[in-house]
Design a protein around this ligand. Sequence first.
Ligand code: AHG
Ligand code: MN
Ligand code: MN
Length: 339
Amino acid sequence: MVTRYKIKTLTEFIIERQSEYPHAKGALTRLLNDIATAAKIVNREINAAGLVDILGYEGKENVQGESQKKLDVFANEQFITALKGGAECCAIASEENEKIISFQNEFSELGKYVIAIDPLDGSSNIESNVSIGTIFSIYRRKTEVGEGGKNVDILQPGINQVAAGYVIYGSSTMLVYTTGKGVNGFTLDPSVGIFCLSHPDMAFPKEGKIYSINEGNYIYFYEGLKKYIKYCQEIDKETSRPYTSRYIGSLVADFHRNLISGGIFLYPGSKKSPSGKLRLLYECNPMAFIAEQAGGKASDGYNRIMEIEPETLHQRSPLFVGPKSMVEKAEEFIQEYDG
Ligand code: AHG
Ligand code: MN
Ligand code: MN
């Protein structure tokens, strides 16, 4: 006989979890639902990307001087539209916009939350049909309700996050998120367009066997990191070395694989770019929150990512994230040799 289990949908799950927060009035629930809805629309477009005229460049550059792909722009618009109309979110900081987008309408001005978002992560992989993602981070606003959100509402350290998550548009599409009580993953059933709980209580394996880094930049790495890479490649049965090297070039996809299979992701500072490449507010902090909630660790080599005080919207930070033991080993090398 085939045993059938009742499927729990994302909506059911977040409503159920809302009762764990005694003062919650459902605003965060609605916010997560809005994000999930926009993610489904983005997913639909990504799936059809080869068929419609949406691959390729938009012809503009974003604030980091990177060419915007059409899908970057499309995804950005979808998330902004989904969040603008509601009474939950008063501002968004997006990778694709130089300044925050402050929602100035009678509903949104009452919103208690702000969102930092990377609408499309790993855009260089779009053309080749490789996994890409969306990363988001939610904070409670600092200013009083009644006006659009301001920079101070967004410029908060990661420890203030109330929720964070990512969507991976991969061989299947998943939404993974935390509100500070563990990490749960939902897979999109494309036939009905519903995210279903598929990965409850996600946690990093204690010890990993994967290291993920763009080794093409080796020549620019500092000494400690070079030594750590050699450490990953040495033979040692007890610690399952040499590790396997895996690098997709989409933070979401690399992180997701490492969370499931056990591995460390590294995007270091280097002689070429001392602060690395990844952005603190909408790449490092949300991944750090998820990592810690999954029993892992996230560091810039010296400090806990979530304790860094942000000064600017698009500020970058080195990122070392994964199982605690692996991140601590990388930190040891960096701190010993790189000062
Ligand atoms: P985005 O597409 O949002 O600009 O992010 C790309 C990021 C990140 O996803 C990935 O980990 C990293 O860039 C890859 O960078 P390299 O190509 O330098 O390895
Ligand atoms: Mn990104
Ligand atoms: Mn992006």
